[in-house]
Design a protein around this ligand. Sequence first.
Ligand code: GLN
Length: 380
Amino acid sequence: GHPVYRDMPTTIFEHMSARARETGAINLGQGFPEGPGPREVLQAAADALLTRSSQYPPMPGLIELRTAIADHYARHQQLDLNPQEVIVTSGATEAIAASLLALVKPGDEVLMLAPLYDAYLPLVERAGGMAKVVRLTPPDWRVTRDALEAAIGPRTRILLMNNPVNPAGIVLRDEELALLAELCVAHDLIAICDEVWEQTVYDGVPHRPLIGFPGMRGRTVKIGSAGKIFSVTGWKVGWMCAAPPIATLLARAHQFLTFTTPPNLQWAVAQGLGWPDDWLNDQRAAYQASRDRLTAGLEKAGYVVQPSAATWFLSIDLPASGIALDDVSFCNRIIDEAGVAAIPISAFYPQDPVTHLVRLCFAKTDAMLDQAIDRLAAFR
Ligand code: GLN
């Protein structure tokens, strides 16, 4: 087998969900919401399945969806994307893979920030890239000029980043994004920006896309996810947006990965993105309330929680909570002894991991959160 895959374990998300299925544990590990998703978007998919074609849609996606995505970003993020600059993929993970396959040449260095999503490094390496990882330090996870400049060299071609950041639950500050944009321009880097958490930012904070920063419009791939926006993670409808010369390369990679994505799901997402945006505010408020409920419950039970500003995740700080276990040991203990599945933050580091934080997903029903809190309180 290829060296990238030979020694690779199953992804932590599948591993923990499989263990939760086996043991019946409450699954606060893999990030997916408990609810069914908005009724109207499910109905639109069902209707489209019965009334519209089930044959191959156009390779870059249904034009209705590409237009709806461009319109959504014009309304929410003041972007001026042309529908031709949007390519629909089978989930954001395909968009990340297609972007790397299209843009990384063997030997190119790819700059990433750790904690980093677990798919990034294997995909970078399989595309022939060399990882350059800048490690952010909790609890403030600051991005600094010194660390970035030390990591960027003459062979650095790509920045691959996630904002808001899974698992840290942070939103990069405007000055950090401006710094990243400045360095991309100065060193002629292409930014692959995984912004799947753009609609799960709380406390009234806006999402600032890197593609909107000076000099970035022609050198950024902006990646998004209907699974996250509509709370339907299994649909695997994602997209990537970039200016024409890059978009052409992205489409060539996409056409030989999945070629297309189920047309009824594309149609339903296009309908949903066209709705008045009130429901998104309601959904965001509901996730924020769930975040607050889990935070308050855990704190009452004696856990120290790292504040979460975005995503579906918060973290507990083990040593600060008086727990003398590392993250992997704690996760293994609580799945068996408390009946709660979680994700160790060390899974987001290729080397030199942070080992004192454990990620919990709060996109769950109140009843599930309360039961998980009771179980974690009893475990202490
Ligand atoms: N993004 C999800 C998470 O962080 C995992 C998705 C997956 O398992 N492929 O939990």
